[in-house]
Design a protein around this ligand. Structure first.
Ligand SMILES: [Zn+2]
Length: 109
C-alpha cells in the first residue's frame, strides 16, 4: 500500500466504524434476522446470526475511541510514552493507541 496516497485517518476510521457497526448490529440480533432484499422475487432473505464476540466489540470500541481522539486533537499520540505514533503503524491500524516500541511491550499475545 503506497503511503502517500493513503486517505485521511478520519475517512479510514469512518469506513472501519461503519463496518464494525454493521457487524455488531447484525450479530446482536438474538435469533434469525430477516433482511428485506430488494430485487428478490419473493421478499426477504433470512440470515442466522451469532453472538457478538468481545474481539468484535473491542474493535468497535477502538475505532470509535480513535475518532473521538481525532476530535480532541490527541489522535496519533502514544498513550504510553506520549510520542507520535509512527505513520506506518497508523496506516496499518488507524485506531492504534501505542507507538511501535510501547505496543511491542504491552500487547503481545
Ligand atoms: Zn510509546
Amino acid at each position: 500500500m503506497p503511503l502517500r496516497s493513503a486517505p485521511s485517518p478520519r475517512k479510514r476510521l469512518l469506513v472501519h466504524l461503519s463496518q464494525a457497526v454493521e457487524t455488531l448490529g447484525l450479530r446482536r440480533a438474538p435469533s434469525t434476522h430477516v433482511v428485506p432484499f430488494a430485487g428478490a422475487l419473493h421478499g426477504n432473505v433470512k440470515v442466522q446470526f451469532f453472538e457478538v464476540t468481545p474481539r468484535e466489540f473491542g474493535h468497535f470500541e477502538n475505532v470509535s475511541n480513535a475518532l473521538s481522539r481525532l476530535d480532541q486533537g490527541t489522535y496519533g499520540r502514544c498513550e504510553c510514552c506520549n510520542r507520535r505514533i509512527e505513520a506506518d503503524v497508523l496506516i496499518e491500524a488507524p485506531w492504534a493507541t501505542l507507538c511501535r516500541d510501547c505496543g511491542h511491550q504491552g500487547s503481545q499475545p
